[in-house]
Design a protein around this ligand. Structure first.
Ligand code: COA
Length: 361
């Protein structure tokens, strides 16, 4: 038995391939480096969905815009009890109001849901009026507009596209596996996506970038980095944004996102300093991890520069997992469809290690 199913092949997929030794990510036949920064999220969602739905249009932009408008009505259910939850929990509760189904219509509403609900929850929690979607905009620009209540610049929308594309799919990670298990029971796409978001929100998976900001804020200045990081490890904590189950080298997504942050920082007064500070923390963390864990290669993962990019786009840290979900939902849906079309019920075995059978009193 493999602890945590490490190395176990549990599905065959045409969707993405993670090469942990070489540090490469392939999404449906394209290297991530060729997709991020050059394609819009709608194009990559189309790439992932292609062949899994009968009625796919040539371009998803319009259909996804209409789906954003369609799901916005669910925000009427945002009452005091939902608003007392964390943004990701409130968003999940709204998501759960969508009916189950297996078709493209359901898929597009599910894809639109985190993009519409996350800004709505944050604005409602801040006592601001909600900004309805604008179907004439591309997905990334509309997300930023719904969050900030002002039009996004091209550079901001491009940076968010680069992020959403980068996290759209990543092999059989924990949330995608959870989504495939539920899809294998034929429960429907909404149920599969809800399984995905529930797995994603944990700090060992998609919940890490918020704590990355806490770590950077705690460190404060580059010269404090070593002492702060050493003290955290002495307390038995893990450094958020470092380590990965599959990658034994740099996570390729980290550099793609770092490049996107750099592109954004041109013309900014504040961002270059923040990037330089993050690089100093990264360097110190890698040196310390190398010293402390010489036998376990621990490098930077996607979450470190995710935190910097989303902070630069003025997403509050409490929304970071919801923004991750905006991208990863494309992968969950494609995997759920792939499982449904060609897969069998996922039902592994367990090994009993409890007490021997005895007579009940
Ligand atoms: N900081 C410090 N030590 C770490 C670490 C980190 N970020 N990640 C792993 N380690 C250490 C573990 O403590 C363990 O040491 P030990 O053998 O002395 O106990 C060793 O490396 C192996 O860890 P393990 O838990 O087996 O790795 P995993 O494959 O199960 O975990 C992660 C992968 C991602 C869960 C893990 O690296 C982690 O918790 N990272 C921080 C959270 C994060 O950034 N998550 C986002 C992932 S994209």
């Amino acid at each position: 038995m493999s602890d945590g199913l490490e190395g176990v092949v549990a599905a065959r997929t045409v969707l993405s391939d993670v090469d942990g030794q070489a540090g490469h990510l392939i999404i449906r036949g394209y290297s991530l480096d060729d997709l991020a920064g050059r394609t819009r999220f709608e194009e990559v969602a189309h790439l992932l969905f292609d062949g899994f739905f009968d009625d796919m249009p040539a371009d998803l932009t319009r259909a996804l815009s209409e789906a954003r408008a369609a799901v916005f009505v669910e925000t009427a259910a945002l009452d005091e009890r939902l608003l007392a939850l964390s943004p990701v929990e409130a968003m999940r509760a709204l998501w759960a109001r969508l009916a189950d189904g297996d078709g493209l219509d359901t898929a597009l509403k599910l894809l639109a849901a985190p993009a519409v609900f996350t800004p709505a929850v944050v604005r409602a929690q801040a006592g601001q009026s909600l900004v309805p979607p604008d179907p004439s905009l591309r997905h990334s620009a509309d997300i930023l507009r719904m969050l900030h209540g002002r039009p996004a610049s091209e550079a901001e929308a491009d940076a968010l596209d680069a992020y959403l594309v980068t996290v759209s799919d990543h092999g059989l990670n924990a949330s995608t596996f959870a989504a495939r298990v539920v899809a294998s029971t034929q429960a429907g796409l909404t149920s599969a996506v809800l399984a995905g978001i529930s797995a994603l929100k944990g700090p060992l998976h998609g919940g890490a970038p918020g704590p990355v900001i806490d770590m950077l804020d705690g460190i404060g200045r580059p010269e404090n980095a070593r002492a702060w990081l050493e003290a955290a490890l002495d307390r038995g904590e893990r450094l958020m944004g470092f380590g990965h189950r599959v990658y034994r080298v740099r996570d390729p997504r980290a550099d793609v996102l770092k490049a996107a942050v750099r592109r954004m920082s041109e013309g900014s007064n504040v961002l270059p300093g923040r990037v330089a500070f993050a690089e100093a923390v990264e360097k110190a963390a890698l040196e310390i991890l190398r010293d402390r864990k010489p036998d376990r290669p621990l490098d930077i993962n996607v979450e470190f520069y995710t935190a910097l990019l989303l902070e630069a786009l003025a997403f509050p840290p409490t929304t970071f997992t919801g923004v991750f979900a905006m991208g990863r939902t494309a992968g969950w849906i494609a995997h759920a469809r792939e499982q449904l079309v060609g897969g069998r019920l996922i039902r592994p075995a367990s090994q009993y290690i409890g007490p021997e059978p005895r007579q009940a009193a």
